[in-house]
Design a protein around this ligand. Structure first.
Ligand code: HEC
Length: 126
């Protein structure tokens, strides 16, 4: 009698725990952002570019570069549209449509670093 009561309590709380884990998983899946690809080459400039990307670009272009309010970087279309890195740096500096201008907010080195990160890491991540 006693052990049956304990057993059923145990089962119930086990189920409850399972249900709340399930709920947690749903909540996490709903709002968690995909990871921002790491720089695996040890290139310090790309590391800096990744930091800038996370702080300044991910909110619109997606934490993993798959787009959102801003264009997707992972399919290589932007690299194809801007064969020259300098032209892409200029667009980021000057802005385009609802894309803000970053020229006054980021140093030239930061602009180049983040553009290289989108081209050399994000564009090849897919
Ligand atoms: C407030 C949202 C927002 C932020 C923040 C943002 N972008 Fe964008 N970005 C956009 C939008 C919207 C477009 C599409 C603009 C268009 O084609 O009219 C775009 C387009 C681009 C393009 C492609 C331009 C083209 O010719 O198609 C590049 C490159 C780009 N963004 C880079 C960046 C970088 C690098 C950062 C961070 C330093 C950044 N963006 C931050 C919204 C944003």
């Amino acid at each position: 009698m006693r052990s049956r009561t304990v057993g059923s309590v145990g089962r119930r709380s086990g189920l409850g725990r399972l249900a709340s884990l399930g709920l947690l998983a749903v909540v996490l899946a709903g709002c968690s952002a995909a990871p921002t690809p790491e720089v695996t080459t040890g290139d310090a400039v790309l590391e800096q570019g990744r930091d800038v990307y996370i702080r300044q670009c991910a909110s619109c272009h997606g934490s993993d570069g798959t787009g959102g309010r801003g264009t997707k970087f992972t399919d290589g279309a932007i690299v194809a549209a801007y064969p020259e890195v300098a032209d892409q740096v200029a667009v980021v500096a000057e802005g385009k449509g609802s894309m803000p201008a970053f020229g006054g907010r980021l140093e030239e080195g930061e602009l180049e670093a983040v553009v290289r990160y989108t081209r050399e890491v994000l564009a090849v991540a897919e």
